[in-house]
Design a protein around this ligand. Structure first.
Ligand SMILES: [Mg+2]
Length: 240
């Protein structure tokens, strides 16, 4: 990033995170990336998707993302903050109807195998020394990505664990650059746990690029848009 993130970047991060979640959630339990790409095409493509509550609710991921953000936005610290987070998670668990809680909602990082897979991922992409350029397989379309994501995964379902969801999100961010549609192709339209990977990548993408190039229908009517943007403004204020 050339310049520091502005409040608009913070707002885009929270907002697009919810968008990625809501869109990815539609195909969370679909196990074929190529089939999901076909389904998106039948809807008229990403640009034609108007995300709103009835057809495109956010999932458990956004409910807990909001719980975390709103707890941080209180400005509390230390033990007091932990208690605030715990309270809001308990409240959040009451808002899970129709949101398929599981996987990343309760994920932990606690095993040597997880560390080993992460290091292998970095090696595969030529990033183990901490610098690029990124090495990509050729070809690396929807079918190849399904296989790759599965190979990084903890449970055989790419993105369903706190161990592999961030790796898949990073893979998509590196591959998509500033192209929103390409980001969604890689992170929301794959055969793994697509809302869990999209919620992470789309937040980072919004912080980097704002909402530039994102079709307004993707975010204008998103469920909890106000809460997402309000917590973003508060977090921006607290960090400056
Ligand atoms: Mg979810």
């Amino acid at each position: 990033m050339d310049s520091p993130a502005t409040v608009e970047h913070y707002k885009a991060g929270m907002l697009l995170s919810g968008v990625g979640d809501a869109i990815g959630f539609r195909w969370e339990f679909d196990y074929s990336g190529p089939a999901i790409h076909e389904a998106v095409k039948k809807l008229g493509g990403l640009k034609n998707i108007t995300v709103e509550l009835h057809d495109w609710p956010v999932s458990d991921d956004t409910v807990l993302h909001l719980a975390t953000a709103e707890a941080l936005a209180t400005g509390k610290e230390g033990e007091e903050l932990l208690q605030e987070v715990a309270l809001r998670y308990v409240e959040g668990m009451k808002d899970m109807k129709g949101r398929a809680p599981g996987g990343c909602t309760t994920a932990e990082w606690n095993d040597q195998r997880q560390l080993h897979t992460s290091l292998r991922y970095l090696e595969l992409r030529g990033l183990s020394s901490g610098t690029g350029p990124v090495v990509w397989p050729d070809p690396y379309g929807p079918a190849e990505r399904d296989e790759a994501y599965k190979s990084f995964s903890w449970s055989g379902w790419g993105g369903s664990s706190g161990h592999d969801a961030p790796m898949i999100a990073l893979d998509a961010l590196l591959g998509a650059g500033s192209n929103w549609e390409e980001l969604m192709n890689r992170v929301a339209f794959h055969g793994g746990d697509s809302d869990s990977t999209a919620v992470i990548a789309c937040c980072c993408w919004g912080l980097l690029y704002g909402t530039e190039g994102v079709p307004p229908g993707n975010y204008n009517y998103l469920e909890y848009r106000d809460r997402l943007e309000n917590s973003a403004v508060r977090l921006f204020e607290l960090s400056h």
